[in-house]
Design a protein around this ligand. Structure first.
Ligand SMILES: [Zn+2]
Ligand SMILES: [Zn+2]
Length: 384
């Protein structure tokens, strides 16, 4: 596949412009307009906007009927202040592209550009730019948008750049690629009293401490040995800072992670029962809420074969991972509705970690991601 220097320069400039205009989840309207403008310039057969919020999808038809291959990128940046000198620094105070979604967007455009000029024999390609990946809301909102029917995919693919891996390396894993995760908010309500008379209060102090301990021990207590699970208590608050008052309320927040839905369901249900037991024995009212739910990203074996062969075709090094990544990706919603694969693209061994204030997507890997997407699509819509 031929990629010209001017195309690479154009995709790089596109990434820099997106980087400058960084927007957090659910506010990606400037980014959306930029993407729409670029996509219009390559004449899609259909262009959908405002999917699940600010989502955009462009459809490129092959020469005859066939399956739909959906490629996905993310529109959102992070509420992190940019702590690195760049010519194209984010102009949004306290917000910057620290997950490389600017690079993902430019690579997806590059693939769409090449495929639009060289249509596959059959089927159609959908390039989807989804909002709000970082908060785990975007993918499910896009899928539940009535207009998503128009782009219902038969196969779904996405990549994520991965610091800590050699640039241009392709990282694959069969079955579970990224973990399931969700947040739990527990609110305990008792009653305050004077600090001199805690016997007249219903203080949640001891229950809060027991819940923190109980949640920390929950994977050990409730999840079988062959499964993986973690619970991280991320926040807790008891009453107010008032030395004259016995506290009357408390809050505990934790993140749950597993590799399977079954383990997540067991862990969640048993943890809630444990919390209810602790609250009731302390005579407290309790309410629990789940937030930021990400299902596990499950790779389909056949789709992963296409990823492997695409890497081979482009003479890229392939790394097979033994274990699923501990972090989550809301691409897991897409692999629940169609066979697909998420793969990693190494972004440099010495690159700062994703979400680090000094991270920046390395432009050198832009053409690598473009080639991978184009090869995967051609394997499915031209060869098979
Ligand atoms: Zn991220
Ligand atoms: Zn990301």
């Amino acid at each position: 596949m031929h990629i010209s220097k001017s195309q690479i320069a154009d995709w790089t400039a596109m990434r820099h412009r997106l980087h400058r205009a960084a927007e957090v989840a659910n506010t990606e309207s400037r980014t959306k307009y930029r993407i729409i403008r670029r996509l219009k310039s390559i004449h899609p057969d259909n262009l959908l906007s405002d999917l699940g919020g600010t989502g955009v999808a462009a459809v490129f038809n092959g020469k005859k009927e066939g399956p739909t291959v959906l490629l996905r990128a993310e529109l959102d940046a992070l509420p992190i202040n940019e702590d690195i000198e760049l010519e194209y620094c984010s102009t949004t105070e306290g917000v910057s592209h620290k997950c490389g979604h600017d690079g993902h967007m430019a690579m997806l455009f590059g693939a769409a550009e090449l495929l639009s000029k060289n249509r596959p024999k059959r089927g159609r390609i959908v390039v989807l730019y989804q909002p709000a990946e970082e908060t785990g809301e975007g993918a499910s909102r896009v899928i539940n948008d009535p207009n998503f029917n128009q782009i219902q995919p038969d196969y779904v693919f996405a990549l994520h750049n991965l610091p800590g891996f050699e640039k241009h390396h392709i990282i694959v894993k069969d079955n579970v690629f990224a973990s399931a995760s969700k947040g739990l908010i527990v609110k305990l309500q008792g009653a305050t009293a004077h600090a001199a008379q805690p016997e007249n209060a219903r203080t949640p102090a001891l229950a809060m401490a027991q819940i923190i301990q109980g949640l920390s021990a929950a994977p050990q207590l409730y999840v079988p040995l062959e499964e993986s699970a973690k619970v991280t208590v991320i926040h807790a608050k008891l009453g107010e800072i008032a030395f004259g008052t016995t506290p009357g309320n408390a809050i505990v927040m934790a993140t749950f992670r597993t590799h399977s839905k079954a383990a997540m369901d067991t862990l969640s249900e048993r943890s809630l029962r444990m919390i209810a037991g602790i609250a009731s024995s302390a005579d407290l009212d309790v309410s629990s809420e789940w937030v930021e739910e990400f299902p596990a990203t499950i790779n389909d074996a056949g789709c992963n074969t296409h990823v492997r062969l695409a890497a081979l075709e482009n003479k890229l090094d392939l790394q097979d991972r033994q274990h699923a990544f501990p972090w989550s990706e809301d691409f897991g919603h897409f692999t629940q509705i169609a066979p697909g694969a998420l793969f990693g693209l190494g972004s440099g061994v010495h690159q700062p970690a994703l979400h680090h204030p000094t991270y920046d997507f390395p432009d050198e890997i832009l053409p690598t991601g473009v080639k991978m997407f184009v090869s995967i699509v051609n394997r499915i819509l031209n060869h098979a």
